[in-house]
Design a protein. Structure first.
Length: 404
């Protein structure tokens, strides 16, 4: 097995081109949880407001992840190694633990999202057995790293695009076309700010871990373009597929909508592949973080985290929306600090060494971002980004150069 570069920059020989990176990032953003979030928004917003919320949310995500992708390709470093530069060797425990735990939670959500529709097709099979088998299979492929992520994505990306388009076309055909969708008015409308927050929150944790994958890009241009396309196209399509199906079939459960369309059999296979790709990315990223903290090989933590995510899969699935709200509070400020540390604080000395074990400016900025998201009105992810950025710029000082 080749190195996963847990503790160093990715070597030039293992860097990849645009096609390979785009497939990986689309496989990451083509996630059924985004269809589920889209279903919730589709039932809570008129079509025009829904499209505005998704466009605004994914523009924010694309900008945020694109900047992180540029840094990763330029340095070849993972999210957790970048966190060491911004937070300090010891201080990086905070962001790495937060990101790792949330990704294990996402893995659990994905395992349950795959197992539960299968349970509807095969009610005689115990649900716990389906969850166990699903978790074991996804853990097994994540064990082999970036190569298996690429292979799975090549299969799943076109499959989910075809399924989603077919489902959406059938819904329009059965219920009067696009005009019927735009004519619908939700019984209990969501505020626009809450909708944008849900869109951003649906992938803010994964977005913060963008460097774990784009560090393999040959150039920053490849990293940025593949990432922005994946979020603007891939994540937006997932929201749209979920919203259209749910608006006509009046359910937030995408599996139930597909069942009503008579597509549940093929949907289980395609959605399963789709969930599998993103779950592998989540487990890969979480394990990379814990490996960096413990100075142990990533593959050991793939097995541990896969087991834990599988055990708590049902609990994570049942608390999906509160989980999104928690991500809005805790994670965006981490990425904001990494971005400012690279582009502003280290602008003249990107490889400068700072021997302090904890960079308290970064810790304080993260806390300010958390409080802004928790207590200020408006869009929680945007609040935390702005507050953390302002605090970090005020408190951080430029590290000493390697020579001095």
């Amino acid at each position: 097995m080749h190195s996963e570069y847990e503790f160093s920059s990715v070597a030039p020989a293992d860097r990849r081109g645009f096609g390979a990176l785009l497939v990986i990032m689309l496989g990451f953003t083509f996630f059924s949880a985004s269809m589920w979030a889209g279903a919730t928004l589709g039932n809570g917003l008129p079509a025009s407001t829904f499209l505005l919320a998704v466009l605004a949310g994914n523009l924010l995500l694309g900008t945020y992840t694109g900047l992180l992708a540029h840094i990763a390709a330029q340095t070849g470093l993972s999210t957790h190694l970048l966190a060491r530069r911004a937070f300090g060797q010891t201080g990086a425990i905070l962001p790495s633990m937060l990101l790792g735990v949330t990704q294990v939670g996402w893995f659990g959500v994905g395992v349950a999202m795959f197992a539960l529709p299968v349970a509807q097709l095969f009610p005689a099979v115990p649900r716990i057995a389906l969850i166990a088998v699903s978790g074991a299979c996804m853990t097994g492929t994540a064990y082999y790293g970036i190569k298996s992520l690429t292979v799975l994505s090549v299969i799943a990306v076109p499959a989910i695009a075809i399924l989603g388009t077919t489902s959406m076309a059938k819904a329009f055909q059965d219920f009067g076309g696009i005009a019927a969708w735009f004519a619908m008015e939700p019984a209990n409308a969501l505020p626009l700010t809450a909708a944008i927050g849900m869109c951003v929150g649906s992938f803010i944790s994964g977005g913060t871990l963008t460097p774990d994958f784009t560090r393999y890009a040959r150039t920053p241009r490849i990293a940025v373009s593949s990432t922005v396309i994946a979020f603007l196209l891939g994540n937006s399509l997932m929201f749209l597929f979920g919203a259209v199906a749910s608006a006509f079939y009046q359910t937030n459960d995408i599996s139930e909508a597909l069942m009503k369309q008579g597509m549940i059999g093929i949907a289980v296979l395609v959605l399963g592949l789709n969930i599998w790709t993103t779950n592998d990315n989540a487990l890969y990223a979480a394990s990379l973080g814990f490996a960096t903290l413990a100075n142990r090989p990533k593959r050991q933590f793939v097995l541990i985290n896969g087991f834990l995510g599988t055990v708590f899969a049902t609990a994570a699935y049942n608390h999906f929306v509160p989980w999104l709200n928690l991500l809005n509070l805790m994670l965006p400020s981490i990425g904001a600090i990494l971005i400012l540390d690279h582009f502003v604080i280290r602008r003249r000395a990107p490889d400068a060494i700072d021997a302090r074990p904890v960079h308290w400016a970064a810790i304080a900025a993260w806390a300010c971002g958390f409080c802004a998201a928790k207590f200020l009105p408006g869009i929680a992810p945007l609040n935390t980004l702005l507050a953390a950025s302002a605090a970090y710029l005020l408190l951080a000082r430029r590290p000493r150069s390697a020579a001095g």
